[in-house]
Design a protein around this ligand. Sequence first.
Ligand code: ATP
Ligand code: MG
Length: 326
Amino acid sequence: MKRILTGLQPTGNITLGNYIGAIRQMKELQDKYDSYMFVADMHAITIPQDKDALSKNTRSLIAIYLACGIDPDKNTIYIQSENPYHANLSWILECNTYFGELSRMTQFKDKSSKHANFTTGLFTYPVLMAADILLYDADLIPVGIDQKQHLEITRDLAIRFNKKYGDTFKVPEPFISTTGTKIMDLVNPTIKMSKSSDNPKGIIYLLDDIKSARKKIMGATTDSEMIIKYDVENKPGISNLINIYSALTNKSISEVEDEFKGKNYGEFKKCVADEVEKLLTNVQEKYKEYIESDIIDVILDKGMEKTIKEAEKKYKEVKEKVGFKR
Ligand code: ATP
Ligand code: MG
């Protein structure tokens, strides 16, 4: 059985973008693949985090996974920082990564430009991500398009290491679905919807109050053309809403265009808001149960034990190959 792996950072409240780009995919794939899903808390601290918020968000993210339908019997669920081998492997990989290749990463350029003082961790982020993936011989990585560049580095590092030290790592493939690969901010549809962004008006959070989520959809930036057509360049707002609707209903872009031919933006937005409401109501109901439940710790302990064992084995192999032995 092929293995898929993905992680989200506990950097804030989970957005509709995270759901559509990552969690939804994992849910669809969990029946066919051996699935690994983790909380990337070590990645989160590449940007300053309040320590109490970080641990609260970590637990909340697990409850979100479960509420979204990630099945603990079909997935290995764990927290990155509970396994020391991620950081250990990352160091060895860093020593095989070029400064130049990390300098080209758009996420680094984006995020570093928002902070007067940014850390080297933000710069080496993609290498830790490579370690997360390569430790477990993952085949497929479901990510939003914003992470595609990082996945390419992961592949390059795996190939480079295998060439230098002999076959060690599986070279993973990105798994990017055809819809919803990049959900945009509702107010400014030329930037990505991000949970760490500071303008909540443009973001649907899965735990948003339903009324305010509907309001955000109804108030989404559009254009003056009044044609419901997918055209990212000229109609970024409408295209984003089409993407959201298409992902939530499993309809193709052209099916959505046909469905709303001749309709006005208000009618279309109402239908998008209905779909968002359905999703949020369902997730929030389940979230309430999980967040209070001890099941979270049972799942995490099991995930921790299993992944430490597996990662240790891989790390030992790597260590010996680079000459860390007496
Ligand atoms: P941050 O602002 O802290 O970087 P984020 O919203 O970008 O948060 P991440 O934890 O970095 O979320 O990413 C988790 C997963 O969600 C990744 O697989 C990423 O590709 C996906 N993702 C994030 N934002 C979007 C989006 N707007 N559309 C589709 N997928 C997304
Ligand atoms: Mg991100």
